[in-house]
Design a protein. Structure first.
Lengths: 419, 433
């Protein structure tokens, strides 16, 4: 700032700030973040090593299935090049952890949407190896791939996955990303190579970080919490992650058919939770290595929400479409406790939780929402942007799923998210 | 809601001598701008807070080589610039803005968030034609060298738009917008009156967001009709520029009509040496929300529309974001820092994974990179493949910040463009020249 009118006073003020500023600035959380208790910055050697986690992701292309019976979008959907049982060309990630090199290579052309749901404990040393398997449908393309952990605070560029500002992984090569998350909450990850294309093509997933508070503190017993809230107010019994995306069928077709797309013409035709459109959202979780899931084999993540009456249900909501979406559940209050992997609480600790019936989520945003399971029955969770409740413009579909509530004690404790 | 008898204001304001007298009394003094900072918000100030703006036409350059006819504001008798000059005033002071109109149609300025705006000494009012049809949201300056003088008392500290109030669908899209920064009295290093809104005055940034449908601009340039049902934005801008022009310095000579850059240039947070955050002022001059995503650091949202995020008892209701979704016409102010969380160091604390050799990575893609081929902050830049331009100077870090409606992060569909800029993080000791 070089405004001459202010310059003189700023200089004096800067001197004053040097004396008084520290006390003021101590209230800004260290990372401009959610004021969670955290460990001090890394000082090596560490007295106690962090737990570790390793994961192997593969990036490739593939084919998936939108709801059958949707009105055709000629000639773009169903794609005439699609193998039997599928109708839409995609790019995506696969979890290939533990597979042999031959088995990993065998996943070329078998991408899934959305990407595997990832969850880690805070203060874990995480290594995610990314292998680029290339594009089976487009051997003419030499696209790289990356992992961008969207929202990771104080990232260094090498692990942030923006090709122009770090590196990307060529076909047939691999790179290992390292993360040590200090902030609990719900994040996303996606490829950042030609992001407007690769994200739209399906390289999107949810990653969340469980708070250190889960192992118990002086103030709260061990349990499942969304954040290091210090008072147990984010405790939950079951969790379900919903990745909101849109599918512009025309662009997917053009990618498969060696044509280019003007992305500013963007006009989505399908609206998905976890890569599936209603009614497919209700189908159980699948496994890309198993044929049991049939036409949803490469869309393995269910969006069906189940709970016992009275339980606290956490919805981890993230939007990697290019449009705003507003989710609602008729007749059920929604308690918003977090936005963008940060507890909704002011720097002075003031509560900012919101009770609402509608949760608007912009592109690239996340929300953590807790609802208390009401009386047994079926409730609908859906996008109040009603044009997003259609598949290719027809019928009832899109971003809609069910919340099925059972009598207390019916369902056993949840062992993993979205199950 | 509009007053019932709009025509009456026009009839009244056309005649009285009083208005003319007031207009003469408030002839503004020359406003001025300091020597330009290479990056960051550049204030135009005036001793008596009297500014002269001329609505006029000019050309803006897009990174793909396209040139777009725009309307915007020149400061005084100066050159056309997009966006209009960033006006900086202090809360509670009287502000005068004289609008000269060199456009072929009437135009005006609205000052959202400012109360009791006077036009030529009378309350600024919507205008209607003889049939009672609304023709302007506020008092106009006539086409072809008309003028109008707006006066108001600067409202609560914060960030505000100023923009055309006439034929708004077209004129605002054409570029008739700018930023008004109101500083708290006595505390120019705070965003508002709260102590926790203090920022480093050397690191204050403007993100004035907009978009361009080139067909509309061509139609205006050639004085042809344009069907707004066919509106389709193709360019997405920060301060009138698209990536990579957004990271060019302020007043880059190759962007003569787009003087404001959007590069954030900071050093890592340090409780002693660099304790204060940067301030970013977001303004949306477009017609859709822009979901803006800064990489590498969350930002603390401390104010919207010139109002602090606080409760009735002064509680802090700011919150942390990795996505700032700015609605049309809205302003959002955030504080940001980047902290060296792990202090990676090649000797004592190396990164736990290998950097692939050059043949096992893609550099770029394209003919340039901002990565030093060295993961350490301040590390010596490593070797690049032949033909790749290294934009990195001293091992500084770069993060990207962009709209996450990703079609907006393109130049007419080409990625790594559009509504996007970079966050540059220098080593703690700075980057040697």
């Amino acid at each position: 700032m070089t405004d001459p009118v202010r310059q003189g006073s700023i200089s004096r003020r800067a001197l004053l700030a040097g004396l008084t500023g520290l006390g003021t600035w101590a209230v800004l959380p260290e990372s401009g973040s959610d004021a969670q208790p955290r460990r001090p910055a890394a000082l090596l050697p560490r007295a106690v090593p962090n737990p570790t986690a390793s994961l192997h992701l593969a990036a490739t292309d593939g084919w998936v299935s939108m709801p059958q019976g949707s009105p055709p979008i000629s000639p773009f959907w169903p794609d005439p090049l699609a193998p039997a049982g599928s109708d839409l060309y995609v790019f995506g990630f696969r979890d290939v952890t533990g597979l042999s090199a031959t088995e990993v290579t065998g996943q070329r052309g078998k991408a899934q949407i959305t990407a595997p749901l990832l969850g880690f404990d805070q203060e874990t040393d995480i290594k995610i190896k990314l292998t680029n398997l290339g594009l089976s449908q487009r051997p003419d393309l030499v696209d790289g791939h990356t992992v961008h952990w969207h929202g990771f605070r104080n990232a260094i560029p090498l692990f942030d996955g923006v090709p122009e500002l770090s590196i990307s992984v060529p076909i047939g090569r691999e790179f290992t990303y390292f993360y040590r998350p200090h902030d609990a909450g719900t994040y996303m990850y996606h490829c950042h190579f030609e992001d407007v294309e690769h994200v739209q093509m399906g390289m999107t997933g949810i990653v969340y970080v469980r708070p250190a508070q889960n192992s118990g503190t002086a103030d709260v017993p061990p349990g499942r919490y969304v954040y290091n809230d210090g008072d147990g107010s984010t405790r939950y019994d079951r969790e379900f992650a919903l990745m909101l995306t849109e599918v512009w069928a025309e662009a997917h077709y053009r990618d498969a058919h060696i044509q280019t797309t003007d992305w500013t013409d963007y006009k989505p035709s399908f609206f998905a939770f976890n890569g599936r459109c209603y009614p497919d959202t209700l189908a159980p979780n699948g496994d890309p290595l198993s044929q049991a899931a049939g036409r949803l084999r490469y869309q393995p993540i269910s969006s069906l929400i189940t709970a016992n009456a009275g339980e606290r249900v956490l919805l981890r909501l993230a939007n990697l479409g290019y449009r705003n979406h507003t989710l609602t559940v008729d007749g059920v209050d929604l308690l918003v406790v977090g936005k963008d992997a940060a507890l909704l609480r002011g720097r002075d600790g003031s509560a900012e939780y919101q009770v609402t019936s509608t949760v608007q989520i912009g592109p690239g945003e996340s929300r953590d929402v807790i609802l208390t399971a009401p009386e047994p029955g079926t409730y609908l969770l859906y996008d109040r942007d009603l044009t997003s409740l259609a598949n290719a413009g027809g019928g009832r579909g899109g971003q809609l799923t069910e919340i099925r509530i059972s009598p207390p004690g019916t369902l056993p404790a949840q062992t993993r998210a979205n199950a | 809601m509009l007053p019932a008898d709009l025509g009456r204001w026009k009839r009244l304001s056309a005649v009285p001598l009083a208005a003319a007298v007031v207009a003469v009394l408030v002839v503004p003094g020359p406003d001025r701008v300091a020597a330009s900072p290479p990056a960051g918000l550049e204030c135009r100030t005036a001793a008596d807070n009297a500014f002269d703006l001329t609505a006029t036409g000019g050309y803006a350059a897009m990174p793909d080589g396209n040139t777009i006819y725009m309307w915007s504001y020149a400061s005084g008798g100066g050159e056309f610039q997009l966006p209009g000059p960033t006006l900086c005033v202090t809360s509670g002071t009287k502000v005068t803005v004289v609008l000269h109109n060199s456009l072929p149609e009437p135009t005006s300025i609205t000052f959202p968030g400012q109360a009791q705006v006077l036009a030529d000494g009378r309350p600024a009012q919507p205008e209607t034609d003889a049939a009672g049809t609304l023709t302007s949201l506020t008092t106009t300056a006539a086409a072809n060298s008309g003028a109008v003088t707006y006066t108001f008392t600067a409202g609560p500290p914060g960030t505000y738009l100023y923009q055309s109030g006439t034929d708004v669908q077209k004129q605002v899209q054409m570029g008739l917008y700018g930023a008004l920064v109101v500083r708290p009295a006595g505390h120019p290093d705070r965003e508002n009156d709260r102590a926790d809104s203090a920022f480093d005055p050397d690191h204050e940034y403007l993100y004035l967001l907009g978009e361009i449908d080139p067909d509309l601009h061509l139609a205006v340039e050639r004085r042809r009709a344009y069907d707004f049902t066919r509106y389709k934005a193709r360019y997405f801008t920060i301060n009138g520029r698209s990536m990579p022009d957004t990271i060019a310095p302020n007043h880059a000579e190759w962007l003569p009509a787009q003087p404001y850059g959007a590069l954030i240039h900071i050093r890592p947070y340090d409780p002693v040496g660099n304790p204060k955050p940067a301030l970013i002022r977001y303004l949306n001059a477009g017609s859709v929300a822009y979901p803006f995503h800064p990489h590498g650091s969350d930002e603390q949202l401390i104010a919207r529309d010139g109002r602090p995020a606080q409760g009735p008892a002064g509680q802090d209701l700011s919150f942390s974001n990795f996505l700032i979704d700015v609605s049309p016409g809205q302003t959002v102010d955030t504080l940001m820092i980047w902290k060296d969380a792990e202090h990676w160091d090649p000797q004592g604390n190396p990164i736990p994974v290998p950097l692939p050799s050059l043949q096992d990575q893609i550099v770029g893609p394209g003919p340039e990179t901002w990565f030093a081929e060295n993961p350490y902050l301040g590390g010596t830049p490593g070797e690049l493949p032949p033909g790749v331009v290294q934009n990195n100077q001293c091992g500084e870090y770069y993060h990207v910040a962009h709209s996450h409606a990703l079609e907006q992060a393109t130049n007419y569909g080409a990625s790594f463009g559009g509504m996007m800029t970079l966050i540059r993080i220098d080593p703690p000791a700075g980057c040697p020249a």
